[in-house]
Structures are given as structure tokens and as C-alpha cells.
Design a protein around this ligand. Structure first.
Ligand code: C2E
Ligand code: CA
Ligand code: CA
Ligand code: CA
Length: 279
């Protein structure tokens, strides 16, 4: 801190205070966001690697308090710390159930599956198993078409505790994906104990894949590991056709990224599907 001189110190001190103030404000705002209807979700298509056809969508949370939009990368970590992610996460699960039912009634067997993010904090909430069971029952959603994405880091942080809850959720028929795979430190033994169906390869390895032998090596290793374990593989953050070509050649099953679609509002997403089915 001293090395920065007086101005450097001043800047640092202000920014810490500013950070604490922002954190408080975000936490207070989030507690009210649900009642005030300030939360929404976007749907980012997930396509079959070989055909490019949409077969799923990831729900991505958005918060728009008066006067702007705050990125989930900013508010999710705070919501996890304070625990407000628990009621918000329930709301997201309900949205996912609602989407599953609506899409299946519209597109039948061809309807895309629904992927959603689950934070570790939600898994340690005692009510989660009953809450999710209730919502499945109330909405009539098909659990086999819902995929719970949990980051590798949070999954592996407390394998024993997570294992118990995930087994319950998997018993309902819900599917589980390891998100941001490759950035944490999975023990392979632990991975085989968990009821996991899908690995999502982190964007960090896809980014620059076409230029980096290291990324290529990691991606090929993850894909062959996943296949050996009988899991499906999704690569996220696909931004160009070279990446699609390589990932497809290495045997990745599904792709997601700006090259195909950005996260969309539901009407835009529905249009994409309608176009696809009229081809
Ligand atoms: P994530 O689960 O890894 O989601 C993927 C993020 O990458 C999304 O950012 C998505 O918009 C972005 N993305 C997708 N394709 C591309 C691409 O081709 N290039 C680049 N550069 N980015 C791409 P987003 O929507 O800002 O979400 C950020 C993170 O916030 C998510 O990362 C997830 O960890 C968290 N999050 C979002 N919604 C929820 C939620 O409902 N619950 C929880 N617990 N976390 C959520
Ligand atoms: Ca995710
Ligand atoms: Ca991810
Ligand atoms: Ca991520």
C-alpha cells in the first residue's frame, strides 16, 4: 500500500470503504428485489455440437433495480455471503419449472431442456429438498428435463454434505451438471461418487482454444475423462466457428456461447425455436 504513495493509499482506502458500502446496498436491495419484481431471467441456447440445433437453455438471472442493471457476477457472490441467494434461488427454480412446462406444452418432445445455476449456499439450506419437491409437484415440471448446474469449486468444497443433498435431488429425477469444470480441483474418486450427469467445460479453456495448445490439451483431456465416466459434455463461451469445429471434432456433445446466441428474453428465445422447427 505504501509503495503507491499518498495518493495510492488514499485511493485504496476509499475503494475499500466504497466496496463495503456497495455490498450493504446490494444486500438490502436484493432483499426487496423479489417483492418488487426486479428480478428476471434470460435464456441462453445450448446447441447440439454437430448440428447447431437448440436442445437446451441456461437460465441466467438478471437484476434491474431502478436506474440500472447489476451483473450477476457482482450480486451473486454477495447474495451467497448473506444468504439471500436462498429465496432468490427458489424463485429461479420456480421459473425453471414454469419454463419446462410451458415449452413442453408448446414443442412437445422437441422442447429444450432447462438448465439453472445452484449455489452451494442453497445446498446447505435445510429446506431445499422439500421446497424443490413441492415446486415440482405444484408445477408439474418434468425433473428429468431440469439440469442443476453447480460449480466444481463449491461442489468439491464439502463433498460429504453436498453428496447427501444431491442424492435426494437426483432421486426426484433432477439432473446435475458440474459447472466451470477444470477450474477447481476435483478428485476423480469424489466425482464418481456424486450423482453427476454433465460436465460443463469452463469458458477459460474455450477462450483462445484455437490458438493455445495448452487449452487444447486440457479440453481433450476433460472430454475423454467425461466420456470415460459416461457423462455428457457441454462447452461454454464458444465465440467462433473454429472453436465449434474443434470442440465437435474432439467429441464435445453440446455447445453454448455468443457465437450461437447471447442470453435472450423468453420471447426472443421462443422465436429462435419457432424458426428452427419451421426449417
Ligand atoms: P456461469 O454459470 O458460468 O454462466 C455463464 C456466463 O457466461 C453468463 O454470464 C453468460 O452470459 C456468459 N457467456 C455465455 N456465453 C459467453 C461467450 O460466448 N462469451 C463470454 N465472454 N461470456 C459468455 P452472466 O449471465 O453474467 O452470469 C455470470 C454468473 O452469475 C454465472 O456464470 C453464474 O455463476 C452466476 N449466475 C447467473 N444466474 C444465476 C442464478 O440464477 N443462480 C446462481 N446461483 N448463479 C447465477
Ligand atoms: Ca452456469
Ligand atoms: Ca459456467
Ligand atoms: Ca463461470
Amino acid at each position: 500500500v505504501k509503495a503507491g504513495g499518498r495518493d495510492g493509499w488514499q485511493f485504496f482506502s476509499d475503494s475499500l470503504e466504497e466496496q463495503a458500502r456497495q455490498r450493504l446496498e446490494i444486500n438490502n436491495g436484493l432483499r426487496k428485489a423479489l417483492e418488487r419484481d426486479e428480478l428476471s431471467v434470460r435464456y441462453q441456447p445450448i446447441v447440439a455440437a454437430e448440428t447447431g440445433r437448440i436442445i437446451g437453455a441456461e437460465l441466467l438471472l438478471r437484476w434491474h433495480p431502478p436506474g440500472g442493471e447489476i451483473s450477476p457476477a457482482t450480486f451473486i457472490p454477495i447474495a451467497e455471503l448473506t444468504g439471500v441467494i436462498v429465496p432468490i434461488g427458489k424463485w429461479v427454480f420456480r421459473e425453471a419449472c414454469r419454463a419446462e412446462v410451458a415449452w413442453r406444452s408448446r414443442w412437445g418432445e422437441q422442447a429444450p431442456y432447462v438448465s439453472l445455476n445452484l449455489s452451494a449456499r442453497q445446498l446447505s439450506d435445510d429446506g431445499i429438498v422439500d421446497d424443490f419437491a413441492d415446486m415440482l409437484r405444484q408445477t408439474g415440471a418434468n425433473p428429468a428435463r431440469l439440469l442443476l448446474e453447480i460449480t466444481e469449486t463449491s461442489l468439491m468444497a464439502d463433498v460429504e454434505a453436498n453428496l447427501k443433498v444431491l442424492r435426494h435431488l437426483a432421486d426426484f429425477g433432477l439432473r446435475v451438471a458440474v459447472d466451470d469444470f477444470g477450474t477447481g480441483y476435483s478428485s476423480l474418486a469424489q466425482l464418481t461418487r456424486l450423482p453427476v450427469d454433465v460436465l460443463k467445460i469452463d469458458r477459460a479453456f474455450v477462450d483462445g482454444l484455437e490458438k493455445s495448445d495448452d487449452s487444447r490439451t486440457i479440453i481433450r483431456a476433460v472430454i475423454s475423462l467425461g466420456r470415460a465416466l459416461g457423462l455428457k459434455l457441454v462447452a461454454e463461451g464458444v465465440e467462433n466457428p473454429e472453436q465449434q469445429r474443434e470442440l465437435c471434432a474432439y467429441g464435445c456433445d453440446m455447445l453454448q456461447g455468443y457465437y450461437f446466441n447471447r442470453p435472450l428474453v423468453e420471447a426472443e428465445f421462443a422465436n429462435c425455436l419457432t424458426n428452427q422447427f419451421s426449417d
